[in-house]
Ligand binder design. Structure first.
Ligand code: NDP
Length: 345
């Protein structure tokens, strides 16, 4: 069967498309330009999937009916396209909220209109839609919603910090998806699954040319682990939750395959972590795995004594429905750094 992947040239979506192809699906991937489409097609042809992967251009996902053609003839949809960056001076609706929310609703509208074969739609949300960073250690689950970021955007308008706008965009987009489904569920043959990943790390297969052009989450990882200037003890004590890109991508595919996933919001988190753990993991690797940059040692003493993780997730729903076997931190660090080295970085 054939699956539509939106924003297929992105970090996570390239892995979603690759795992779909490896499991025998055909994939139609959207990108914003023909060049980006070609680089995806070239990559998948190089893996032997030339006849199974088709690139289409969707220039502006905010435009009414943007996905009307793309959904025709597909059996399922993985909607991942959404802005994720923090390099804005004055974030506004056009940068974040519109592509996130209208892009998502637009995909569902197109599926309602022309997705006559579609059985399931998976939307990539985020743990940003689940929680706002707490001040004391907290375990979150699918029952939690980030209500803080949308409120801050409303109060602070164009003065809102870019990361807060991003977090709000994911919350509002996911809410809009569930609302759309609720309003139209009697008119469609498909159901909805939402995947909520925390920070995503792991080897990139998308078309990027240097460490400076990485996607946002991997950029943060590489800035910490391969930093040119030593990071402070405070920065390296930072605690959050993470997942390997291959595991969350597999989660997107399993979300299509598992009947019980229908109607569910599912967090795909490997576990909690502290930045220093990533430095320790990287420093434990043989030098043959490492790119040319020197690794920082950081402050290993941060991890002495009882570790306190600020953000953790209840994995029971994910384990019950998807049952992902997650990569370890050392595996993810090794595969990421080997990929950086392979690219000559
Ligand atoms: P990337 O930046 O690598 O991919 C984002 C994709 O969305 C690209 O295809 C990009 O296209 C497209 N996109 C971005 N802005 C727009 C826009 N305004 N209009 C149309 N398309 C757009 O990031 P990720 O792979 O990390 O993100 C993919 C999804 O995963 C997003 O929904 C993100 O919110 C979500 N996510 C990511 C996490 C992470 O840690 N990486 C964690 C949780 C959720 P182009 O290349 O042309 O810019």
């Amino acid at each position: 069967s054939k699956v539509l992947v939106s924003g297929a040239n992105g970090y996570i979506a390239m892995w979603v498309a690759r795992i779909l192809l490896e499991r025998g699906y055909s994939v139609r991937g959207t990108a914003r330009s023909a060049d980006k489409g070609k680089s995806m097609s070239d990559y998948f042809a190089s893996l032997g999937y030339g006849d199974k992967f088709e690139a289409v251009v969707v220039e502006d996902i905010v435009k009414e009916g943007a996905f009307d053609e793309a959904v025709k003839g597909v059996d399922a949809i993985e909607h991942t396209a959404s802005p994720f960056h923090t390099n804005l001076k004055e974030p506004d609706d056009a940068d974040f909220l519109r592509p996130a929310v209208q892009g998502t609703v637009g995909m569902l509208k197109s599926a309602l209109k022309n997705g006559t074969q579609v059985k399931r739609v998976v939307v990539t949300s985020s743990c940003a839609a689940v929680m706002d960073p707490p001040s004391k250690p907290t375990v979150f689950s699918e029952n939690d919603w980030n209500v803080t970021s949308p409120r801050l955007v409303e109060e602070q308008g164009s003065n809102t910090a870019p990361l807060t706008v991003y977090r709000a965009s994911k919350t509002l987009a996911e809410k809009a998806a569930w609302q759309f489904y609720e309003d139209h569920k009697n008119e469609v043959e498909w159901d909805l699954v939402v995947i909520n990943p925390p920070f995503v790390f792991g080897p990139p297969i998308h078309n990027i040319t240097s460490l400076k052009s990485l996607n946002t989450s991997l950029q943060m990882w590489s800035d910490m682990v391969l930093s040119e200037t030593p990071k402070s003890k405070e920065a390296l004590s930072g605690s959050f939750a993470w997942v390997d890109v291959r595991d969350t991508a597999l989660g997107h595919v399993l979300a299509l395959e598992k009947p019980e996933a229908g109607g569910q919001r599912i967090i795909t988190a490997s576990g909690p972590c502290i930045w220093q753990e990533w430095l320790d993991a990287a420093n434990s690797l043989p030098s043959s795995s490492l790119p040319s940059q020197p690794l920082q040692k950081g402050f290993p003493e941060i991890l002495q004594g009882e570790k306190v993780y600020l953000v953790s997730y209840d994995k029971s729903k994910e384990q019950r429905i998807l049952g992902i076997k997650f990569h370890t931190q050392v595996e993810t660090a090794k595969d990421t750094l080997e990929e950086f080295a392979r690219r000559g970085w």
